[in-house]
Design a protein around this ligand. Structure first.
Ligand SMILES: [Zn+2]
Length: 260
């Protein structure tokens, strides 16, 4: 289905003509997540390769309530987008496809699926005139990094440093640096920096903390990750310049930073 056909079909329905693009995208995404639930109550001889014409009651109710639409609107919209929903890959497949696309076409252009930016967009130094004016921080430097993730192993990524041109504070992902003094941001970051070019995902660091509770040493946490890493069928980081081995010191660094 092309986009023109989709929008024309929606426009013709009075109850759907005012639907927002965000709601349309949410409808398609949520229906796609529920494909198996939509299929189960259908008659046995229905083809699994074609979208059913009618949604189960529970799915209609869920889409209606979660998107603040009438049941009629859900049924009409389903009839228009059902083939599109059926063709869409499941979310896990989508993320795998995106990873392959970045690997094949993105890496050589310097593009990856994940770039870690500092959590602040303007200077937060209250003595600085840029803070008073709310001036946007500008990119100072971009570095290739490796992120150790819990579920997908070591992944290539970028991190961007921003700099205030007025007070020369350098804003990095976990902390800011001014006059060689490093100040960590408040709150727990989603990724923890353990070396210049290596970060650990918060989920993985928390997993290590759990393991330490049952007397697994930091060294063995690192070993365990290394073993899991070798089981993975592909390694995206082999040409990304930085190592994908986690050291005992880096596991400890996670604890120290989380304890700050
Ligand atoms: Zn500043």
């Amino acid at each position: 289905m092309d986009v023109g056909h989709l929008f024309n079909a929606i426009k013709k329905h009075p109850v759907l003509a005012c639907i927002t693009y965000v709601d349309l995208a949410s409808f398609i995404r949520r229906a796609s997540l529920l494909k198996d639930d939509i299929l189960q109550p259908q008659p046995q001889r229905i083809s699994v390769s074609h979208a059913p014409d009618v949604l189960p009651d529970s799915v209609t109710k869920f889409l209606a309530m979660s998107l603040d639409m009438s049941s009629d609107a859900v049924d009409n919209l389903w009839y228009i987008v059902k083939d599109l929903v059926w063709e869409l890959p499941m979310s896990a497949e989508t993320s795998a496809e995106d990873e392959v696309a970045f690997k094949l076409h993105g890496y050589e252009l310097g593009l990856v699926g994940c770039t870690l930016y500092p959590p602040v967009k303007t200077c937060i130094n209250h003595d600085c005139t840029a803070w008073q004016h709310g001036t946007l921080l500008k990119k100072e430097e971009q570095r290739r990094i490796v992120i150790f993730t819990h579920s997908e192993g070591a992944k290539p990524a970028w991190t961007v440093h921003l700099k205030c041109r007025e007070c020369n504070t350098n804003y990095q992902f976990n902390y800011s640096v001014k006059d060689q003094l490093r100040t960590y941001y408040s709150g727990i970051p989603q990724h923890i920096q353990v070396s210049d070019h290596q970060f650990v995902e918060l989920n993985l660091a928390m997993h290590w903390m759990d393991l330490m509770q049952i007397a697994v040493s930091a060294t063995n946490c690192g070993h365990l990750y290394g073993i899991a890493q070798t089981r993975r069928t592909h390694d995206d980081t082999d040409h990304w310049q930085f190592g994908n081995v986690i050291t005992t010191e880096q596991v400890w660094d996670c604890f120290v930073i989380l304890a700050l």
